[in-house]
Design a protein around this ligand. Structure first.
Ligand code: NAP
Length: 324
């Protein structure tokens, strides 16, 4: 069954998703929507998309579109997702799912009242290398997990881009830190029962650099670091009672990791991936099978992630204008 996609917004990740969708047999991009008719037309021409809409509302009203991919700043996810769902579309929405748990809850309610599919685009959880990593840990490859440590820091110097703008819900955590924070949740298959974080803020009031530690119900601890001001190693390390695993950069779409078993030889596992296409293929499979959410990134996972991000933001003192 071919699913007809509409892409909402024409920025960096929208281009990457358009290219990824074009590698999937069952996906057809039928329309793009932008705040600007010129941007919509430029994007449509670049990817050979038949319909360019000069507003998001027109895209959501397009009867030819089955599923909308939302690729706007975090500040716009809730309103766009709810509008698309109320227009009867399925929705794949970029991470971070929303600005906070209140908004995420409204999105979930909109999906449920409209009986439409909704999923947060946490592509990391679908990358084959990370799926295999999680499987091995669950199978006891390194014994009981003690610690998970991951970092995602980039030098994003531009001060007027969305990353540093409080009105667009910028900051390191929602953009980059969400990966190291939830990587531990992914590999451990549970969410923390406690978290402690510290951060340094930009003059615009968003988190520039942030580090923290989380405690998980089964006993593991995770540490995470993120920043907009300098590049880190972009890797992850998992230590267990019977060995350790080092995930090569970039860990959030890992194509290689090495398992070091206590007293044994190292095994390097290499698995190629097709980037954003895996999450899109999963969403299409779930919709074709009649499901209204993912069984990998469930709506409850997205709500739990939002609660965790809310708690970390509260501890470091980041409050967005829409929250005052
Ligand atoms: N999965 C990943 O690997 C990944 C990577 C990067 C980003 N992301 C996520 O994807 C989302 C978008 O990130 P991006 O890097 O693509 O951002 P971007 O390059 O800045 O593009 C964002 C797009 O959103 C639209 N938009 C709507 N209202 C806007 C406003 N007030 N100001 C600026 N743009 C506005 C614009 O499209 P129009 O002008 O066409 O309306 C703009 O091109 C974020 O949620 C981010 O966290 C995910």
């Amino acid at each position: 069954m071919t699913l007809k996609w509409g892409i909402a917004a024409t920025g960096g990740i929208a281009s990457k998703m358009a290219a990824a969708l074009q590698t999937l047999d069952d996906a057809e991009i039928v329309a793009v929507g932008s705040r600007s008719p010129e941007s919509a037309t430029t994007f449509a021409n670049k990817f050979g998309i038949p319909q360019a809409h000069g507003s998001y509302a027109e895209l959501f009203a397009d009867p030819n579109v089955d599923i909308v991919y939302i690729a706007s700043p975090h500040s716009h996810h809730r309103d766009m997702a709810v509008a698309a769902l109320d227009a009867g579309k399925h929705v794949l929405c970029e991470k971070a799912f929303a600005v906070n748990t209140t908004e995420a809850t409204e999105m979930v309610a909109a999906a449920r009242r409209n009986h439409r599919f909704l999923m947060e685009a946490m592509w990391t959880w679908f990358i084959p290398g990370n799926v295999e990593l999680k499987r091995r840990i669950a199978d006891g490859a390194i014994g009981k997990v003690l610690t998970v440590d991951a970092d995602f820091a980039l030098d994003i110097s531009a001060t007027n881009g969305r990353h540093r703008r409080a009105d667009l819900a910028g900051g390191a955590l929602l953009d980059l830190g969400i990966y190291p924070v939830t990587f531990a949740c992914h590999v451990l298959d549970e969410y923390p029962d406690d978290v402690k974080a510290m951060g340094r803020l930009t003059e615009s009031g968003v988190d520039a650099t942030l580090a923290g530690v989380a405690s998980f119900p089964a006993g593991a601890l995770s540490t995470f670091q993120t920043s907009l001001d300098g590049k880190s190693g972009l890797s992850a390390r998992i230590v267990g009672t019977a060995g350790r695993i080092e995930v090569e950069a970039p860990f959030w779409f890992a194509s290689a990791f090495t398992v070091y078993r206590s007293g044994g030889i190292a095994e390097r596992v290499e698995i190629s991936n097709n980037g954003l296409a895996h999450e899109a293929a999963h969403a299409m499979e779930r919709i074709a099978a009649g499901h209204l959410e993912s069984d990998v990134v469930t709506l409850d996972h997205s709500l739990q992630t939002m609660r965790l991000l809310d708690e970390i933001r509260a501890q470091v003192g980041v409050i967005y204008p829409s929250e005052t």
